[in-house]
Design a protein around this ligand. Structure first.
Ligand SMILES: Nc1nc2c(ncn2[C@@H]2O[C@H](COP(=O)(O)OP(=O)(O)OP(=O)(O)O)[C@@H](O)[C@H]2O)c(=O)[nH]1
Ligand SMILES: [Mg+2]
Length: 340
């Protein structure tokens, strides 16, 4: 799963990225690329499972953050104002400037609104271009897809009313539109990049609850040793880095769920799309598990914590056998039975 940093120029995306990069899980190719980082998603459930099983390895869910390079905008094409990477992302993390930093008094609500308008305009152009192409195909006597036209028209109406497509989830999430990467259909988390001495969330309108971060401080923290960091944080009166909240909020916004595998060797969180069936989820662990899927034995995280052990969950009759049609739930603990 991939989250792209977005927002107006100089809102602090690259500064936040530098801070996040300090947390990257180093794995192979691209792990030193400053504009991308694979990160561990903080999840108390994983920590509790780990305390119960005392495994050799504990692995949290993972999410990639990218900071696309600022695009070279062409005057005659408004869609070039936004980096193309935003379309490919599963979700957006919109960074809003709420510091002066010599850039002028911040206007977070104004910036948030104008960025929203930019996204809407971008989608409107995508939709209109597609409709024009279909009209062209019709003129040439080609067969056209009425359903796609109807979906696009509904999108157009929504966008013309200056509303994001995520409020029209069934239309925007339709398989026929998925390939367009419509920006306002994507889940979004707003990060307010605050002045160093300010921990209050700015007012961004009634529907937006921003995560407050101070990117400049976080980026400085990221460069310190463990010891220096503790000292610096104490000086600033900080008990926790805001990065945990940024990562967790971004992950939670995605249309994804976490399920777990547990054992003495490893406790691990995995990510799958909401609505995934058991074999698909098993396939996230290993493709052989999907191919040779027989069934999964499933416990609910909550049951395990409340009853204290796997044996107690079994005894209470809360251990389920999940077949190929089982829809995986967030917090399921899985033992997959498969053959190869
Ligand atoms: N005071 C202060 N300055 C910041 C903060 N975050 C970023 N800056 C400064 O603001 C300027 C822009 O920050 P960047 O991180 O480059 O912003 P950006 O969003 O990546 O900008 P573009 O990539 O050009 O769109 C830089 O001079 C940063 O040092 C912050 O939290 N506080
Ligand atoms: Mg930048």
């Amino acid at each position: 799963m991939k989250l792209a940093l977005a927002g107006l120029p100089t809102s602090g995306k690259s500064t936040l990225m530098r801070a996040l990069a300090g947390r990257r899980i180093a794995v192979g190719k691209g792990s030193s690329d400053a504009s991308q980082a694979l990160l561990s998603v903080p999840d108390e459930r994983v920590d509790k499972l780990s305390a119960m099983y005392l495994p050799q390895k504990t692995i949290h869910a993972q999410v990639t953050f990218v900071d696309p390079a600022p695009p070279v905008a062409k005057a005659d094409d408004p869609t070039t104002k936004l980096p193309p990477e935003l379309r490919q992302a599963d979700g957006l993390v919109e960074v809003v400037r709420n510091f002066d930093g010599g850039l002028g008094a911040p206007d977070p609500i104004g910036d948030h609104q104008s960025f929203g308008e930019e996204l809407i305009l971008n989608d409107l152009i995508t939709v209109e271009r597609r409709l024009e192409r279909i009209a062209e195909e019709r003129r040439r006597g080609r067969e056209i897809d009425q359903e796609e036209i109807s979906l696009l028209e509904q999108c157009k109406e929504q966008l013309n009313a200056e509303k994001p497509l995520r409020l029209l989830a069934e239309v925007a999430g339709h398989a026929k539109l998925r390939g367009f990467g419509l920006l306002t259909a994507k889940p979004v988390v707003v990060v307010a990049n605050n002045e160093e001495d300010d921990d209050q969330p700015p007012d961004l309108g009634p529907e937006v609850k921003p995560v407050v971060a101070r990117a400049a401080i976080e980026a400085e923290l990221a460069e310190l040793s463990e010891e220096e960091r503790a000292e610096f944080m104490a000086d600033l009166g900080l008990t926790q880095s805001a990065l945990d909240r940024v990562i967790a909020a971004g992950y939670q916004a995605l249309d994804a769920i976490s399920f777990f595998t547990v054992g003495e060797d490893e406790v691990r969180a995995w990510t799958t799309r909401r609505g995934s069936l058991a074999p698909q989820a098993a396939g996230v662990i290993h493709s052989d598990m999907e191919k040779g899927f027989i069934r999964a034995e499933v416990m609910r995280y909550q049951d395990l914590i409340e009853l204290g052990s796997e044996a107690a969950v079994k005894k209470a009759g809360l251990f389920k056998l999940a077949g190929k049609d089982y829809v995986v739930q967030d917090g399921d603990i899985f033992h997959v039975r498969f053959n190869v």
